[in-house]
Write a protein of this length. Structure first.
Length: 398
């Protein structure tokens, strides 16, 4: 099929080294009746040829034939410019491929035919531009899987190149993400440069992948389900985790690919995994920004996870009591986000109230009672909690 080209006039200037000056000038004048040839002095060993053409299919095709004829002419000793590469560059920068009913796309500069259905399939699976998908399919003989792997590799290389350029930029924005299922939960923080990118779907997919991957590796490390567990990850440790959702690629490589797509610096800042015992209670709270990847992934600027257990493990908990405890545990997470406690309880050798201890703080939703009194009244014990505030200075070592 033909290409639709933008109406534009271009000028190409080529330099030739000559064997016989006079013969060459006469031949060029004959071959380029509609073009302008600038003659040089008789003692010159080269000649400049200026071609002015309009970027239509007809003129470009004629220009290709004309240049090919010149390239094969015996009177030319060498060319200091390669016509074919120049013309391919013009075609690729100005051409707009049109999808015809026959289902094929064909560039003038390439004889490879790519079926429309494969092109659209690869585009849907990868999200890359049509031109990149076409090149990948053409290079891999229309094998979609190989083309997809090649695109992923190229994107990762381009992403790392971009990441190295942007690594000095400050990442003051970003989001907290919590993935919670059954008695396990993972919370991660990913930073970016602007709030606009933090609302971008590509960024949300990345942070969703980071949270679920942290959850996956944390749950695999659980050896005893009867005790509470907390595993903390710093930036390097999060980056080294391999995603079960993306061909076991490391999260740092996935982040580099994302940097190449969005054009901003990203930091996989930290992560944490918490497990409650089998008879315990696990809940979380995210101060939401309104964005949600799916029902299991929640994002916001603040997040908290808490693990509790019943003091009397022999006592059976009915459905009504369990629902009440889940509601209370969520309220405790809201308290943790709002009051920012640092530890569960005061040191044993300290008699006065510790305002940084969770159990000594007045309950956020009822100032008449302390958190410690509340959980004791409900026959509960706090095992672990963690709080993240996106961009906070403390916790850099976590």
């Amino acid at each position: 099929m033909w290409l639709r080209l933008q109406p534009l006039k271009i000028q190409l200037v080529f330099k030739f080294e000559l064997k016989e000056q006079r013969t060459c000038m006469e031949q060029l004048s004959h071959n380029n009746n509609n073009d302008h040839a600038q003659k040089q002095p008789q003692n010159a060993s080269f000649v400049w040829i200026q071609l002015t053409v309009s970027t239509t299919c007809t003129s470009l095709t004629c220009l290709r034939l004309q240049l090919d004829d010149l390239k094969q002419a015996k009177y030319l000793k060498s060319l200091t410019f390669k016509f074919s590469k120049c013309l391919d560059l013009i075609l690729r920068s100005l051409a707009r491929p049109i999808l015809r009913s026959n289902g094929n796309i064909r560039y003038l500069s390439s004889s490879v035919k790519v079926p429309k259905d494969l092109l659209l399939k690869l585009r849907k699976r990868t999200g890359f531009a049509i031109s990149k998908c076409h090149a990948a399919l053409a290079q891999h003989n229309n094998n979609v899987d190989e083309a997809e792997n090649w695109l992923a590799t190229q994107a990762e290389k381009e992403g790392w190149a971009k990441a190295n350029k942007l690594q000095s930029r400050k990442t003051t924005e970003g989001l907290i993400n919590i993935y919670c299922k059954d008695m396990y939960a993972a919370m991660v923080e990913v930073n970016c440069e602007t709030d606009f990118v933090a609302r971008n779907e590509t960024f949300l997919n990345l942070i969703g992948n980071v949270a679920s991957t942290t959850y996956h590796h944390g749950s695999k490390s659980i050896q005893n389900s009867d005790i509470a567990t907390m595993i903390q990850y710093n930036t390097e440790e999060v980056g080294n985790l391999t995603s079960p959702h993306d061909s076991e690629r490391s999260l740092i490589n996935i982040a580099a690919t994302t940097i190449g797509k969005i054009g901003e610096n990203l930091i996989l800042r930290r992560g944490v995994f918490i497990a409650a015992p089998a008879n315990g209670i696990l809940n979380y709270y995210v101060h939401s920004t309104g964005k949600q990847v799916n029902s299991d992934l929640n994002v916001g600027k603040y997040g908290a996870i808490i693990a509790l257990e019943n003091v009397d493990k022999s006592q059976a908990v009915n459905e009504s009591s369990k629902a009440h405890q889940l509601n209370l545990s969520r309220q405790l997470c809201q308290h943790i986000v709002g009051m920012n406690p640092i530890r569960i309880s005061r040191d044993n050798d300290r008699n006065e109230i510790d305002e940084d201890a969770l159990l000594d703080q007045a309950f956020l939703l009822d100032n008449s009672i302390q958190v410690g009194e509340l959980v004791e009244r409900e026959n509960l014990k706090v095992l672990n909690f963690v709080r993240y505030h996106c961009g906070e200075v403390k916790g850099d070592s976590i």
